[in-house]
Design a protein around this ligand. Sequence first.
Ligand code: G4P
Length: 529
Amino acid sequence: MDFKSEIKRRRTFAIISHPDAGKTTLTEKLLLFGNAIQTAGAVKSNKIRKTSQSDFMEIEKQRGISVSTSVMAFEYDGKQVNILDTPGHKDFAEDTYRTLTAVDSVILVVDTAKGVEEQTRKLMQVCRMRNTPVMIFVNKMDREGIYHFDLLEELEKELQIAVCPYTWPVGSGRTFKGVYNLYNNKVSIQNGENVSIAEPAIEFEGVTDPALTNLVKEDTLDTFKEEVEFVNEMFEPFSHSLYSEGYLAPVFFGSALNNNGVLELLETFLEIAPSPRSIETAERVIEPEEEKLTGFIFKIHANLDPNHRDRIAFMRICSGKFERNKFYFHTRSEKKMRFSSPTSFMANNKNIVDEAYPGDVIGLYDSGNFKIGDTLTEGETLHFRGIPSFSPEILREVNNLDNFKTKQLDKGVRQLTDEGVAQLFIQQPGNRKIIGTVGELQYEVIKYRLEHEYGALCNFSPLSFHKALWITTTDKKQLEEFMFRKSSAVAFDKEKIPVFFAESEWMLKIARESYPALTFHETSDFKVD
Ligand code: G4P
């Protein structure tokens, strides 16, 4: 197959949801349809359940699972499907945001009974920032939920995106039988409960097919037909260009648990979801068809085995063909690197790959050279615009509990923060290390990993700062004065950019007024601009 066809047949996407909406179940069902796994239950939820917040082994186990399910690739109908997994727990939301930089589209799962939830809103905000095409899957239709028309209105209002139904449910809750594809005029009905994937749904031609009455009760059918009429009157038809630009989300209904409505989602997804798209960098726009390789690291994962400190850096290929053992240019270090055992993640197995194409994600073994956001090219210097880091809202000082292990602690803290687990700030005098995160759970993960992977012992003292803000200015004198006066509330990040720890919104307002030449940034995106 030629290079362009390889690109065109790729679909790289993420499934995102508020925890418990059914992301894991849907992922698993897509893998089952794609023959990537043979039995249900093979993909474990990588969410860290509420009950196990302080269960370190659980965290470790979860981390292990999330390595193997970081990317799940399979072939379906001639298409190469790459599903990028995202952590469900909100304390790891930054990981999810970063993963969203590496996808071309997303499927957003919503629970029909819960509607739009907190995480759904935030994830959608990130998609809007990047104009990522979004499809919505309304899950758990086998349960009583919000009335479909009300739910569509809620989705539109809360997610700030236009929606249009692509499929429509036949019944709901206990009467849910299947879905109608408004665009190919096929009604798929499941005969019975807990129907296996091997048993295809029964298809009918259009809503008026008389045979439908054999499987669907008359009153359910009547309501369904009325609703479809209403849908056709109320909604503008699906527009591929509006979807591709991130303005319109087609909505699918179904039950991931019962395999109902999932195939309609998958087949439509393969048909309409974008193949690898052009990607913006600080320097220029990269087109996937370009001959030369470009790619960026969006995730780094430590090896679970404490005897092997290697890490896996996940690279999204943006253009060109990646080849094993070829030298590539690591733009941050300006060094040439080659990779003898890059891995792909076909069918949930790690395999060494000889070549990979735009849209693919490959795992590169790394002994500590990579940072999140690093770029590989064939010589050009490029900076991909990622999702910016958000200003951390929880700040804690690291206390070393074993003076013989100071070096290990330093190294561990640096490497873990390179992985994007948290952000590190250094405060003078005394090289005090302050770690900033968006969630409590990260501190448990860091403490555990420092001890088990680096042999370093530490604890954290809470600091009563409200948030950390990056400072930029052209007025050196004013910055010096600020740093002097506020010495207990300033530090430097790893790139030596000054950071202000604001005690409150009020103190931040005062700082902004008193030092007008300083700019206080809430996100790190100023770094690439
Ligand atoms: P998540 O990854 O988004 O967090 O959700 P997950 O797939 O783990 O699903 C959360 C719960 O919802 C699971 O039940 C799952 O079985 C259930 N579920 C998923 N899809 C459907 C559906 O279409 N209909 C119904 N009725 N339930 C669905 P659980 O009891 O929390 O876990 P488990 O013991 O079943 O694994």
